[in-house]
Design a protein around this ligand. Structure first.
Ligand SMILES: O=C(O)CCC(=O)C(=O)O
Length: 276
């Protein structure tokens, strides 16, 4: 299916006015089913939960323990999800909203299982400042794989506040935006059906709550940039992978277990294999 120009013109108006817009039914039921099956396949891969796996990230689960909630990057593991991020009606919509040809910047898969906690208020642009690209050229897209809303931990937006990067709270001005500096009188959590897509500006403050439903809330989250320079995706992940190593993302959990591992498994008393 292709979106009518008339619809996209309205979407563009809404995007620039509110900082986000919803495109209902951009993906059809069959495409969504393929993507759901693909996410199931990825989530069953061995070693995803390994603390040394650089592409997995964790969030606090219902018992405050760490649960796997995302794969980032993901499209190099899945041609189906790569196809979704590069689906031409989606690219047409992104290009129309941004006002020219865009390139994929990054793409992650987030599966928020029942009970998993949400994300604090933030603006994506904070994490992309180093690219030295204007915020108006950058946007993110949430491709919704299941019906979702506030109860399932859907993304919530503070509309019409995408004009500037908002500093963090006193003492952490370079961190995520200080909620006290945002007009929080209006919060919008779009009620979405599977196949609906949200496109939001890189400066739009957003957050999400825990998934209080009994079903996973799964989204594919590609981000795009209006640019005529190729190679942005490679540039992004080259820096990101090095950053994760330097910041010890995931490794700190592994290191915390190392001494226990040493005590439990590397003592001479440990009998790992019995002789006949
Ligand atoms: O998946 C969510 O609940 C929020 C994700 C998000 O805000 C982000 O990745 O920037």
């Amino acid at each position: 299916m292709s979106y009518l120009n008339k619809d996209l013109a309205l979407s563009k108006q809404e995007y620039w006015q509110k900082g986000y817009t919803v495109l209902p039914g951009l993906f059809d039921a069959k495409q969504i089913e393929y993507m759901r099956q693909e996410c199931g396949r990825l989530w069953r891969l061995p070693s995803l939960g390994d603390d040394l796996n650089l592409r997995t990230e964790f969030r606090r689960g219902p018992d405050n323990d760490y649960v796997l909630d995302r794969l980032d990057p993901v499209i190099d593991m899945s041609s189906i999800l790569a196809g979704a991020a590069m689906y031409s009606p989606l690219l047409e919509a992104v290009d129309t909203l941004l006002g020219g040809e865009s390139e994929l910047l990054k793409c992650k898969l987030i599966r928020k299982d029942p009970g998993t906690k949400g994300y604090a208020v933030h603006q994506d642009f904070l994490y992309w400042k180093w690219l030295d690209i204007k915020p108006d050229q950058l946007c993110s897209v949430a491709i919704n794989l299941f019906d979702s809303g506030e109860n399932s931990g859907g993304i919530a937006f503070y509309p019409a506040q995408h004009q500037a990067l908002i500093p963090g709270p006193a003492g952490n001005e370079t961190g995520d935006c200080d909620i006290a500096r945002i007009d929080t009188s209006v919060t919008e959590v779009p009620l979405l059906a599977a196949g609906d897509v949200i496109i939001f500006h890189s400066l739009t403050p957003h957050f999400s709550g825990p998934n209080l439903s009994d079903r996973s809330r799964t989204i594919l989250l590609p981000s795009y940039c209006l640019t005529d320079k190729p190679g942005l995706y490679e540039k992004y992940y080259t820096r990101e992978i090095i950053r994760r190593c330097e910041d010890m993302i995931g490794f700190e959990r592994y290191l915390a277990q190392l001494s226990g591992f040493q005590r439990a498994l590397l003592s001479r008393e440990t009998v790992l294999i019995q002789s006949e």
